[in-house]
Design a protein around this ligand. Structure first.
Ligand code: ATP
Length: 368
C-alpha cells in the first residue's frame, strides 16, 4: 500500500481517507485511496483529465458519497455528512458570486446567514478584503464591475468568511490569463501561510502545484500513484508516468547483462546505472534523465555516461535554451533533450556533432 504519511512527529491529520472508492455504473472513477491530510498543509492533487480529481474532491466536500471506504474529519466519520454541515468550503472557477450585490455584501454573506449583526459583518468583510488585497473602496462596488482577478479575490474572501477548517479549490485559476494566474498562485501561497488553514487544491497544471504546495498527490486512472513534497515528486518519481507528468525527460531502456553491466536497448552504449530507489532488483529498467541534468562534453570533460549525437534543433525558453539531439541511426534514432542556461549556450549550428554526458547520480532508474 502507498505510504502517504511518513513515520515521525508529523502534524496530526485533519482529514483521513481509508480505502476510498467511487464507482459510476461499474466504472471505478476513484479507487483504493488512502491519504492523511495534515492540519494546516497545502495539498494539491494533480493528474490528467479524467484521472478522478474532481470525483475525489466532491467526496471530500460532501457533494458525493464514497461507494466504499471511509472519510474522517478530526476522527469523525463524515461519509454522509452534507456539504453545508461540514466545516469546509469549496472555491471553484465559476465563483458563484451574487451578481447584483456589492463586493462587501458578497463577502459578508456567510456572516449574514449566521445572524451576525451589520456592523460586525462590515468590519469583518473589510478585514478579509485587506487579507485578499482588495482596496477598501471596493466595498460598495458591484461585483460584476470587477475584473476576473478581483472577482477571484472576492470569492476567496467570501470563502474565508465561512471560517472553514478546510478550503477546497477546484481549478480556481484556470480561466485567468497567464500573468494574473502567476500572481494569484503566489498570493494563494501567502494567504495559506497567513491564515494557517488547510488547503486542498486540484488542478491539472503541475506548474501550479509546484509553486504552491507543501505536498502533491499525483492521480492516474482513479488512483493516487505518489504523494510527496514537490522536490520528492520531481526528484524521485515512483514511475515513468509521474516522471513524465512532472516535466520533460530523456528515457533510455536498459538491460542487465550476466556480468551485471547495463546495456542500452533503444540507445547504443553501456551505461552506469544507479540502483532503483525502491531497492528492486531488475533485469530491465528505464533510466530517466531530466534535460537540465544532461550536459555537452568538450574535449577532456568527463562524465560517467556519454552518448554521441547531432544537434537537430534548438528552442529558446527565455533564460534557458533547449536542444534536441539526434542519437542512434535509422529506425533506432531517438531524440534526446538538453537544457542549458542561455549563458552556456552552444555556438549556433545545426547538425553539429556533440557528445552528451551525465552522471548516474543525476538520473533515476525506474522499473515501469
Ligand atoms: P478533469 O481534469 O477533466 O476535470 P478529473 O481528473 O477531475 O478530470 P473526474 O471528473 O473525477 O476526472 O472523472 C473521473 C472519471 O469518472 C472520468 O472517466 C469521468 O468520465 C467519470 N465520471 C465522473 N463523474 C461521473 C458521473 N457522475 N457519472 C459517470 N461517470 C463519471
Amino acid at each position: 500500500m502507498l505510504q502517504t504519511t511518513p513515520a515521525g512527529d508529523t502534524p496530526k491529520p485533519i482529514l483521513q481517507l481509508v480505502g476510498v472508492r467511487k464507482t459510476f455504473g461499474g466504472f471505478n472513477a476513484v479507487e483504493g485511496i488512502d491519504l492523511d491530510v495534515r492540519e494546516g498543509e497545502f495539498l494539491t492533487i494533480v493528474g490528467p483529465s479524467g484521472s478522478g480529481k474532481t470525483t475525489l474532491l466532491r467526496m471530500l466536500a460532501g457533494m458525493d458519497t464514497p461507494t466504499e471506504g471511509n472519510i474522517t474529519l478530526h476522527g469523525e466519520l463524515i461519509n454522509d455528512m452534507p456539504p453545508n454541515k461540514r466545516p469546509t468550503c469549496l472555491v471553484f472557477q465559476s465563483l458563484a458570486l451574487f451578481p447584483h450585490k456589492s463586493v462587501g455584501e458578497n463577502i459578508a454573506f456567510p456572516l449574514k446567514v449566521k445572524g451576525v449583526d451589520a456592523a460586525t459583518r462590515k468590519a469583518r468583510a473589510l478585514e478579509l478584503m485587506r487579507v485578499v488585497r482588495l482596496p477598501e473602496n471596493y466595498y460598495d462596488k458591484n461585483v460584476m464591475k470587477c475584473s476576473g482577478g478581483e472577482r477571484q479575490r472576492v470569492a476567496l474572501a467570501r470563502a474565508f468568511a465561512y471560517d472553514p477548517q478546510v478550503l477546497f479549490f477546484d481549478e480556481p485559476l484556470s480561466a485567468l490569463d497567464y500573468k494574473l494566474k502567476k500572481a494569484l498562485e503566489k498570493e494563494l501561497k501567502d494567504l495559506h501561510r497567513e491564515t494557517g488553514k488547510t488547503f486542498i487544491y486540484i488542478t491539472h497544471s503541475l506548474e501550479e502545484a509546484m509553486v504552491m504546495s507543501d505536498r502533491i498527490g499525483v492521480m492516474r486512472a482513479g488512483r493516487l500513484v505518489q504523494v510527496g513534497t514537490p522536490e520528492e515528486i520531481y526528484g524521485a518519481p515512483v514511475d515513468r508516468f509521474v516522471s513524465e507528468f512532472v516535466g520533460e525527460v530523456n528515457t533510455i531502456k536498459v538491460k542487465r547483462g550476466t556480468d551485471g553491466t547495463w546495456d542500452g536497448v533503444d540507445v547504443p552504449g553501456r551505461f552506469t546505472v544507479r540502483p532503483p530507489q525502491d531497492g528492486a532488483t531488475l533485469d530491465e529498467a528505464f533510466v530517466v534523465i531530466r534535460p537540465e541534468y544532461m550536459r555537452f562534453l568538450g574535449p577532456g570533460d568527463t562524465a560517467e555516461n556519454r552518448i554521441e549525437g547531432t544537434v537537430y534543433n534548438e528552442y529558446s525558453l527565455g533564460s534557458r535554451i533547449q536542444y534536441q539531439i539526434r542519437v542512434g541511426s535509422g529506425a533506432g534514432e531517438k531524440v534526446m533533450l538538453v537544457e542549458l542556461s542561455r549563458s552556456r549556450a552552444l555556438p549556433p549550428g545545426a547538425d553539429r556533432a556533440v557528445t552528451l554526458g551525465w552522471d548516474a547520480a543525476d538520473a533515476f532508474t525506474l522499473g515501469s
